[in-house]
Design a protein around this ligand. Structure first.
Ligand code: AMP
Length: 294
């Protein structure tokens, strides 16, 4: 496994591989890797000749500066985990390798930078407006900005994303299509701890007490899935809200049931449409999200 910090060096390696007919799988991450990330990497390794995993804490997708500062950075351990599963290339650029000062200045001034669209009229419709989009202004623009940059640099055949970030996956699919990038987007199932908590780089920031409470999130989602046959959407929402309210350390941001394809918030479950129940909450100072398809 090689660790590369510079775009030019990465492209040099990839160009040689591509000219030898090798296929490239790509797993973008922000590091602090756990088994959820590693499953994406393993899937990529099984489907491609070369797997690139990027580790880059992207400043433009954070709308809370303290969240960006507190984001765990564990490159040495990440590299060990990736080497253990035979990942081929780790791409770990510095901020100035990925962004111009002008782009960073726009972020600091809170001005939405659409230069990543390359002049194309990219429109996410409601995908970047509901749920996470409503709670985190500018977040998905930052995600699309960095993923489009990474896609242009790596130009993989396939790219792997977790369903943990269900809405992000929809944004990436839409972006790739609208920018006409010839990259297959592969969705991977959520990897959970034994007690159901979705693995997340943020989990290490939970105190022992908060960690012991955290399984309530998946318990609630699982109960919603089970009750979906008998309760209305309004009743399911009220059930989930009450469940979370039983735990004073949890502050619910939203619980919504959406059409799994369009992400439209739905008020009625229909047998011919797949729905997804999505939740976001603060547990102490840590923001957690999760979802189940119902
Ligand atoms: P992040 O480093 O949090 O930006 O995540 C990088 C990728 O890993 C994204 O595609 C996430 O959806 C995915 N991911 C994060 N946590 C999990 C998990 N528990 N299960 C599956 N995929 C995950």
């Amino acid at each position: 496994m090689i660790i590369i910090n510079h775009i030019q060096e990465l492209q040099h390696h990839l160009n040689i591989a591509k000219s030898n007919g090798k296929t490239i799988g790509f797993v973008p991450t922000m590091g602090a890797l756990h088994q959820g990330h590693i499953e994406l990497v393993k899937k990529s390794i099984s489907e491609n000749n070369i797997t690139v995993c990027s580790i880059f804490v992207n400043p433009t997708q954070f709308n809370d500066l303290s969240d960006l500062e507190k984001y765990p950075r564990t490159l040495e351990n990440d590299s060990k985990l990736l080497a253990a599963v035979n990942c081929n290339i780790v791409f770990a650029p510095e901020i100035m390798e990925m962004y111009t000062q002008k782009e960073l200045d726009l972020k600091i001034k809170n001005i939405e930078d659409k230069s990543w669209t390359d002049g194309k009229a990219v429109d996410f419709g409601i995908l970047d407006k509901v749920m996470e989009g409503a709670q985190r202004p500018g977040h998905f623009n930052g995600v699309a900005q960095v993923v489009s940059k990474l896609f242009r640099i790596v130009q993989p055949n396939k790219a792997y994303f977790g369903q943990k970030d269900f809405q992000q996956l929809a944004i990436i699919r839409s972006m790739t299509k609208q920018l006409e990038m010839p990259i297959e987007i592969i969705a991977c199932a959520i990897v959970r701890e034994a007690d159901g908590l979705a693995m997340s780089s943020r989990n290490v920031r939970l105190t022992e007490k908060e960690r012991s409470i955290a399984p309530l999130i998946y318990k609630t989602l699982s109960a919603v899935k089970e009750k979906a046959h008998t309760l209305s959407v309004t009743e399911l929402k009220s059930f989930a809200e009450k469940q979370i309210a039983t735990e004073p350390l949890m502050q619910l941001e939203y619980f919504e049931i959406a059409n799994a394809e369009t992400l439209e918030i739905i008020t009625e479950l229909k047998s011919n449409t797949t729905a997804v129940a999505c939740i976001a909450l603060k547990l102490g100072n840590v923001r957690l999200i999760d979802n189940v398809v119902i």
